[in-house]
Write a protein that binds this ligand. Structure first.
Ligand SMILES: Cc1cc2nc3c(=O)[nH]c(=O)nc-3n(C[C@H](O)[C@H](O)[C@H](O)COP(=O)(O)OP(=O)(O)OC[C@H]3O[C@@H](n4cnc5c(N)ncnc54)[C@H](O)[C@@H]3O)c2cc1C
Length: 489
C-alpha cells in the first residue's frame, strides 16, 4: 500500500463517515473491516430464503436522513433512495383498533382526539425547534447556539417517559403509543432521559420521517463506500485487526469500536487509569431478533397497520414498561415489547412477487440465552391472528449471535453501551473521541451522539483528528463541508 495518512478500524456507518471526512480533507484513508461483508450495523442479507432481502441490524432510518453530515454527501447520486411509508408508526390494541403516527403532524394531532393538543404541545414543539436542536441532539456536549430551545427541550427530555406520558396525555392509548416510541431507549421507562428518546423519535416522524432505504440498509453502506472510493479511500473486508501494532504506519487510527473490542486491539497501549475507565464502561440490554419470510403480508386485525413502516407491539404503557424493566433487571417478559418493520409493503424489490420480509426484535437481558421466538410470535398473533400460517421461513439471532456478527455489540447490546445520564454525554469516557495515545481515536456509537445510523460519531471523531494532526499541513480549505463552529472538537 502507498503511504497511508489514516486507518479506520471497522466499516460501520460511523467508520465509513470518519473515513469520508478524512478523505475529504485530503488524507489517504484505508478502512479495515473484520467481517466478510461491509457495513457493520447497516447490512442486508438473504437470511432466510433466496430472493428475500433482510436487514441484519438497522432497518428504519430517521437519523440517517436527519444527519447533518450525510445531508452534505451525494448519497442519492450513489444509489441511495429513501422510501417513506404512508404512516410512520402503527400501535395496535387488543380491541382491534390502532393509533397511527402519520407523517403529517396535523393529521396525527387530529386523530388523537382529546390528546391531540397535548401531542402538539410536546412533540410539535420539538418539531418546530428541531432546526435549533439538531446539532445539540446529534453531537457532543458543547456551548449551545440556541440555549432557550435547548433548555425547553431539556426540561422535558430529562424526565422519564412514564411520568411524561402520564402527566401529558389523558388517554391510556396515547400513553401506550408514547411508551412504544420511548422504549427504543433500551432503558426502563421510569428512568431519566427516556422521555427525551420518546420526544426525539416522535418528532422525527414529522421532520425527516421514519424512512427505509430501497433495497435494504446495505444500500446506505454501498452509497457511503462508493463515495469514499470516489475520494480515493479504500475498504478492505475480511481483515480483522488483532492489534494496532500490526497495522501499517499511519498518522491517525480511528476505531469504529466500542470499549471491549477497543481494549482487545489497543488496550496494551493505554495508561492504566484510562484502561480501567474503559473496563468500567457499562453495556446494557441485548436484543433477540427474528427475521421472517412470509407468503403474504401480516394479517393485522387493525387493518390500518398495513400503512405503517414500523409497528410497536406491546398494548398498554404498563405492559411495555414492565417488559423493559424485566429485561433491565435480568428477567425476560412473557409478553415482550416487540419492535417490528414490514418493508416489503412499500419496497417489493426485497422479496419475490407477492411475498414479504418482516424484521422484529425484543429487548432481553444482556447476553441472555432464553429463546424468545415463541413469545415474540405470540405477541404478533395477538394483534394479527393467522400470522404464523403465513411464515415460510425464519432466521433467529440471539444476543450471542448479534455479538458474533459484530464485536461492538457486546451481549447483543445494539446501542453499544447503556445510554443513561452517566454514559450519555461522556461516552465512553470524558475524553469522548480522544484517547491518551497520540493519533488514536474512537469513532463508534460508543461516543456522542451514540446509537443509530447517522455517521455523526464518525464525523466528529474525524474532525477531532484533523484538528489535532492534519489541519496545519493541509490548511483550512480542506475542512469538511459541515459547519464546525459548534462541533465541540
Ligand atoms: C438488531 C439491530 C437493530 C438496529 N436497528 C436500528 C434501526 O432500525 N435504526 C438505526 O438507526 N439503528 C439501528 N441499530 C443501531 C445501529 O445499527 C448502530 O447504532 C450503528 O450501526 C453503529 O454504527 P458504528 O459505525 O458505530 O458501529 P457498527 O455498525 O457496529 O460497526 C462497527 C464495525 O466494526 C467492525 N469491527 C469490530 N471489531 C473489528 C476489528 N477488530 N477489526 C476490524 N473491524 C472490526 C465490525 O465488524 C463492524 O462492521 C440497530 C442495531 C442492531 C444490532
Amino acid at each position: 500500500m502507498s503511504q497511508i495518512d489514516a486507518i479506520v478500524i471497522g466499516s460501520g456507518p460511523n467508520g465509513l463517515s470518519a473515513a469520508i471526512v478524512l478523505a475529504q480533507a485530503g488524507c489517504k484513508v484505508v478502512v479495515f473491516e473484520a467481517e466478510k461483508t461491509i457495513g457493520g450495523g447497516a447490512r442486508s442479507a438473504e437470511l432466510t430464503l433466496p430472493g428475500f432481502v433482510h436487514d441484519v441490524c438497522s432497518a428504519v432510518h430517521p437519523f440517517a436522513v436527519a444527519s447533518p453530515f450525510w445531508r452534505t454527501l451525494p448519497l442519492a447520486a450513489r444509489g441511495l433512495e429513501w422510501i417513506e411509508p404512508p404512516a410512520m408508526i402503527g400501535h395496535p390494541f387488543d380491541d382491534s383498533s390502532a393509533i397511527l403516527i402519520e407523517r403529517s403532524l396535523d393529521a396525527t394531532v387530529a386523530a388523537l382526539g382529546r390528546d391531540g393538543q397535548a401531542y402538539l404541545n410536546i412533540i410539535g414543539t420539538v418539531v418546530e425547534d428541531w432546526p435549533r436542536l439538531e446539532r445539540a441532539v446529534l453531537g457532543p456536549v458543547t456551548l449551545p447556539r440556541h440555549p432557550f430551545a435547548l433548555a425547553r427541550f431539556g426540561l422535558s427530555a430529562l424526565r422519564s417517559a412514564e411520568r411524561l406520558a402520564k402527566s401529558a396525555f389523558k388517554e391510556e392509548r396515547t400513553r401506550a403509543m408514547f411508551a412504544g416510541i420511548a422504549a427504543h431507549a433500551l432503558m426502563p421507562l421510569d428512568h431519566a432521559l427516556t422521555a427525551g428518546v420518546g420526544l426525539t423519535l416522535g418528532a422525527m416522524c414529522h421532520v425527516p420521517g421514519w424512512p427505509i432505504p430501497r433495497g435494504g440498509s446495505q444500500r446506505i453502506t454501498d452509497a457511503l463506500v462508493a463515495h469514499l472510493q470516489s475520494l480515493g479511500g479504500e475498504v478492505v473486508a475480511d481483515a480483522r485487526v488483532k492489534s494496532i501494532d500490526k497495522l501499517p504506519p499511519a498518522k491517525a487510527i480511528l476505531c469504529d469500536l466500542s470499549p471491549k473490542p477497543l481494549l482487545a486491539v489497543a488496550g496494551h497501549t493505554f495508561p492504566k487509569a484510562y484502561r480501567q475507565k474503559l473496563e468500567r464502561y457499562r453495556y446494557g440490554m441485548g436484543a433477540f431478533k427474528v427475521d421472517w419470510a412470509l407468503a403474504a403480508p401480516i394479517p393485522w386485525r387493525a387493518d390500518e397497520c398495513r400503512r405503517a413502516g414500523t409497528v410497536h407491539l406491546g398494548g398498554s404503557l404498563k405492559e411495555i414498561a414492565d417488559s423493559e424493566k424485566a429485561a433491565w433487571e435480568g428477567r425476560v417478559s412473557d409478553r415482550p415489547y416487540v419492535l417490528l418493520s414490514q418493508p416489503t409493503l412499500f419496497d417489493p424489490s426485497r422479496a419475490p412477487v407477492g411475498k414479504h420480509v418482516v424484521w422484529g426484535y425484543c429487548h432481553v437481558p444482556g447476553g441472555s440465552t432464553v429463546n424468545m421466538l415463541d413469545r415474540i410470535e405470540r405477541q404478533i398473533e395477538r394483534f394479527a391472528p393467522g400470522f404464523r400460517d403465513r411464515v415460510l421461513a425464519r432466521s433467529v439471532m440471539t444476543p450471542a449471535d448479534i455479538e458474533s456478527h459484530n464485536a461492538n455489540l457486546v451481549g447483543g447490546d445494539i446501542a453499544s453501551g447503556v445510554p443513561d445520564l452517566r454514559q450519555f454525554f461522556t461516552r465512553p469516557t470524558r475524553s469522548t473521541y480522544s484517547t491518551p495515545v497520540k493519533g488514536l481515536y474512537i469513532c463508534s456509537a460508543a461516543t456522542p451522539p451514540g446509537v443509530g445510523v447517522h455517521g455523526m460519531c464518525g464525523y466528529f471523531a474525524a474532525q477531532r483528528a484533523i484538528k489535532d494532526l492534519f489541519r496545519e499541513s493541509m490548511g483550512d480549505g480542506r475542512k469538511s463541508q459541515v459547519d464546525s463552529r459548534e462541533d465541540g472538537v
